[in-house]
Design a protein around this ligand. Structure first.
Ligand code: HEM
Length: 456
């Protein structure tokens, strides 16, 4: 007997369905759906059917299905006007050609270099803060992460030459994100997007040509992409270099900035756990000490806090696919043409997997509790399966470095007591959050400022 389609959540309006509520309060809608129907239910966005699937087994199906049956390319088509046929926006064969190129850019020895660059950039920022003051954390961290991305991806010379203009153009691109309207309508925001893309092409073209002519002079992501050849020995063409660069910056910078800012905020809201982090820093990497890989892996309490932020405040919370064929999820059959969505706001908070799931409790990831090990698809802030985030280690390292360096040098206090989650079309982030900072006069015990690492 054919299985039924997923049951519809209450509250659908004529014509609009749940569209208005989805815009206004998506977590509330998803929570109601889960309470009414359990792990598989439907919502309607105007005439589009959407199946929401919750629970590790359904999440596993979502991430492990083939692109042919559950397409990642289709729901994100609106990004193509910005980035072209890049990564999963490209047809499947082209995606398979590009993926190893990108994965190679994040391999271990590259990552070691990026982590050094991250430390330089974050240290420069801290040195410029003075001894005390107030700052708006969210925008500060966005600029900081742009600086890291600029130096790691474009390289310090290019970043210095074009950095600010590049990010301003980038903002024009992001503001044109629109999943509903046809991307070629003559609207001001789309015109600004096209102008920004044209200007970026103009800026990057001579840089790419110069880089091709002088290989061996640079050590950064841009150079690595330029010098890559695919399996057939073909060099990556200029347009793809540009699109990869822009696409990776899009995938990586606001997402990382959002979770990095939340890590600081949640630690400040939980002083007992913050003490554990500070004690560990004193022991492993006090102020002035370079954080080499050996020290990095000993920063367990920061690592668990970063993972807890992935669970409670994920930046990329709306992951979607389009069913190309009818697909079973548990007792239901999702017909071809439906959108399928996983939902971290419930999926990351199932009491069967996470004890007191609403609480910020990073120790749940300590080896004796290891709540995330109960099911491979219980925690999916970086996705899973084929499309799992390529930049996950880069992002986790960056969030660790920002947290460690900031906390060991400054005492911080939240002036905005309860920052809220701000959801946009790109990544989620904290609302404006003012913090007060005071440079620590005594370096945390165990190390003198400027001590350098012996571990090499
Ligand atoms: C905290 C920061 C980040 C978060 C939360 C995040 C989240 C995600 C998620 C959820 C996916 C899967 C999307 C889906 O299945 O629909 C993804 C994919 C991806 N991410 Fe990230 N990401 C982050 C940082 C980065 C960084 C720093 C980069 C690179 C510079 C990056 C590059 C990518 C790429 C290339 C993919 C596509 C992988 C593929 O389809 O093969 N991400 N990310």
């Amino acid at each position: 007997m054919t299985k039924p389609t997923p049951p519809l959540v209450s509250g659908a309006l004529p014509v609009l369905g749940h569209a208005a509520e989805f815009q206004r309060n998506r977590p509330g809608l998803i929570r109601r759906g889960f309470a009414e129907h359990g792990g598989v239910f439907a919502i309607k966005l105007a005439n589009q059917n959407v199946a929401v699937v919750i629970g590790p087994e359904h999440q596993k199906t979502f991430f492990m299905e083939t692109d042919g049956r559950l397409s990642i390319q289709e729901p994100y088509q609106f990004l193509r006007a910005m980035f072209g046929e890049v990564l999963f926006l490209a047809p499947h064969d082209e995606y398979l050609r590009q993926r190893p190129l990108v994965q190679e850019l994040f391999k271990r020895e590259k990552m070691l270099h990026y982590v050094d660059v991250m430390q330089e950039v974050v240290q420069e920022w801290l040195d410029g803060l003075g001894d005390s003051g107030e700052m708006e954390l969210t925008s500060e961290i966005i600029t900081l992460v742009q600086e890291v991305a600029g130096k790691c991806f474009l390289g310090p010379e290019v970043h210095q030459a074009i950095g600010r203009e590049f990010w301003d153009l980038y903002t024009d691109l992001s503001k044109a994100l629109d999943p509903l309207l046809p991307p070629d309508l003559p609207l001001p925001k789309f015109k600004r997007r096209d102008k920004a893309k044209a200007r970026m092409t103009e800026i990057l073209r001579p840089i790419i040509a110069e880089r091709r002519a002088n290989p061996g002079q640079y050590n950064d992501f841009l150079q690595d992409i330029i010098m890559k050849e695919d399996k057939a020995g073909e060099p990556v063409d200029e347009e793809l270099v540009r699109n990869l660069l822009l696409g990776l910056m899009f995938a990586g910078h606001e997402t990382t900035a959002g979770q990095a800012a939340w890590t600081i905020i949640l630690l400040l809201q939980h002083p007992q756990y913050l003490e554990l982090v500070l004690d560990e820093l004193e022991e492993v990497a006090p102020a002035g000490v370079h954080i080499d890989p050996k020290r990095m892996v000993q920063l367990d309490h920061i690592e668990w806090a970063v993972r807890e932020v992935e669970r409670l405040r994920p930046s990329a919370e709306m992951l979607m696919r389009v069913a190309k064929e009818a697909i079973e999820f548990g007792d239901y059959l999702i017909p071809a043409g439906w959108l399928v969505q996983v939902a971290q706001e419930i999926g990351h908070k199932l009491p069967a997997y996470f004890d007191q799931p609403e609480q910020f409790d990073p120790l749940r990831f300590s080896p004796d509790r290891a709540e995330d090990k109960q099911h491979r698809f219980g925690l999916f802030g970086f996705g899973g399966g084929t499309h799992k985030c390529t930049g996950m280690n880069f992002a986790n390292n960056e969030m660790t470095i920002i947290t460690a360096l900031l906390l060991r040098e400054f005492e911080l206090e939240l002036v905005t007591p309860k920052p809220q989650i701000e959801r946009g079309l790109g990544a989620s982030r904290p609302s404006e959050t003012v913090i007060r900072y005071q440079r620590r006069t005594v370096a945390p015990a165990g190390g003198t400022p400027m001590e350098t690492s012996l571990a090499g």
